[in-house]
Write a protein that binds this ligand. Structure first.
Ligand code: ARG
Length: 461
């Protein structure tokens, strides 16, 4: 038999293969709550504008609640022949309330319906991402506060560069995840317009009230152009783009945790709760959660590229290609929320190995810049010359197999006669970080000030 929704002009039903490629119910059933919410708002508007009677609208709105409870109770008969969530819900409504169900689709198309449902869903995911990020930032702030004064090596090229504080390193990620939060907030604000009432593409001849449905669904306003309303998926692309950037940040941090937890570094101990063992090597404790978080960017960025590729070159307005938007966004959203939660748990549970951090911070001539700065400040050397003198002392220490503070004063003076005993005070790692008082610098005071600013920003104080 032909499709009961649109089969009027069809003599035969679809081939099984056609049904298999066409149907989206297996995945778009996830939009059921948004679909029912949108339909209830639409029905109320149809009554308010006199397009359907109050009693029909009431029967529709009530019946949709029955459908909702069937779906949530797990006893809804999903049917592949009905293609998607929109037609499954409407067909079931007809079985429950009869004739008035056929009036629900007045002045509406599946094109504006799906655009509305999907916007509502993605909008919720923006909120979920912001919540996940807020929790992760909270965990990082805890680490930063505890370790505002713990010294560790800062790296460039993964070579020891200058000492920094643990708190400063944690706060660097707070800044990144904070920008991610604001990207989701921006995307949410921009997507918060209602496509409903755009109908198939051209609007409708019925006297609908798009402002009413927009308001009922929590949108700021109706979208201004009906062609755009049914064709646009840039709200989904923005969500995916923000998700990709966030996943990239997660991946970088995860990589650091993998390195830091290795036997060669021993900077952190990850908790048992976020590690796994090996089935052959009894000593192993593997940072699997960190590794998986490092990898999840692959799926999320993959989804982003997939949807860009689907959308590019599509003429206005709706094309069925656009049905390919959902699985990508669903998977990316699920993946991101899981990765955020896993990272939050790992950060809350991890323990910095403070002595190892400090020992590593003091190795690799990490305070060479402090020595050069001393030569500039105390002896008035041009920085370039100070750099050269310090370089000679690093070479001397390297040849002796010692660190800079272990050179004797006489050895120091062999590179520059003016060097005095008090130079040693700047060669210690704690002095080094404490001296980095410039705004945003690594000094413990600066880090504590950043923590306070963030707690205020998150409304925690
Ligand atoms: N399942 C479809 C989708 O997700 C709904 C819109 C169908 N519209 C249409 N004219 N075939 O895109």
């Amino acid at each position: 038999p032909s499709n009961q929704m649109w089969g009027g002009r069809f003599a035969a039903g679809p081939d099984a293969i056609m049904e298999a490629i066409n149907a989206s119910i297996s995945f778009d059933k996830r939009l059921y709550a948004q679909d029912i919410r949108g339909s209830r708002a639409h029905a109320a508007m149809l009554a308010a504008t006199g397009i359907v009677t109050d009693s029909d609208a009431a029967a529709i709105r009530e019946g949709l609640l029955t459908v909702l409870s069937e779906i949530e109770g797990g006893n809804f008969p999903f049917r592949v022949a009905l293609e998607d969530i929109h037609m499954n819900v409407e067909a079931r409504l007809k079985e429950i309330i009869g004739e008035p169900a056929g009036r629900l689709h007045t002045a509406r198309s599946r094109n504006d319906q799906v655009a509305t449902d999907f916007r509502l869903w993605v909008r919720e995911q923006c909120d979920a991402a912001m919540q996940g990020l807020q929790a992760l930032i909270g965990a990082l702030l805890g680490q930063a506060e505890a370790g505002a004064g713990w010294v560790m090596p800062g790296f460039t090229h993964l070579q020891t560069a200058q000492p920094v504080t643990w708190g400063h390193h944690m706060m660097a990620y707070v800044e990144m995840f904070g920008r991610d939060m604001s990207r989701f907030a921006d995307a949410r604000a921009r997507m918060n317009e209602s496509p409903l009432g755009a109908a198939a593409l051209a609007g409708t001849s019925f006297p609908i009230d798009r402002h009413m449905t927009a308001e009922a669904l929590g949108f700021d306003r109706p979208m201004a152009n009906s062609l755009d309303a049914v064709s646009d998926r840039d709200f989904a692309l923005e969500f995916l783009s923000a998700s990709s950037i966030c996943a990239m940040h997660l991946s970088r941090f995860a990589e650091e945790l993998v390195i830091w937890s290795s036997a060669q570094f021993r900077f952190v101990a990850l908790s048992d709760r976020f590690s796994t063992g090996s089935s052959i090597m009894p000593q192993k404790k593997n940072p699997d959660a960190a590794e998986l978080i490092r990898a999840k960017i692959g799926r999320i960025l993959g989804a982003t590229v997939a949807l860009f590729t689907v959308m590019k070159g599509l003429p206005l307005a709706y094309s069925k290609d656009m049905q390919e938007d959902k699985e990508q966004v669903f998977d990316a959203a699920d993946t991101l929320m899981l990765a955020l939660a896993a990272m939050e748990g790992m950060v809350r549970d991890m323990t910095a190995r403070v002595e190892n951090l400090e020992r590593a911070a003091a190795s690799g001539f990490s305070t060479a810049t402090d020595l050069a700065d001393w030569l500039v400040r105390e002896l008035g050397l041009p920085f370039r010359e100070a750099h050269h003198v310090t370089g000679a002392l690093v070479a001397l220490a390297e040849a002796k197999g010692c660190d800079l503070p272990e050179l004797t004063l006489a050895e120091m003076q062999s590179a520059h006669a003016g060097i005095r005993q008090d130079v040693y005070s700047v060669l210690g790692v704690h002095n080094s970080v404490a001296s980095r008082q410039s705004y945003g610098g690594t000094a413990p005071d600066q880090v504590r000030a950043q923590v306070v600013r963030w707690r205020e920003r998150l409304g925690e104080v």
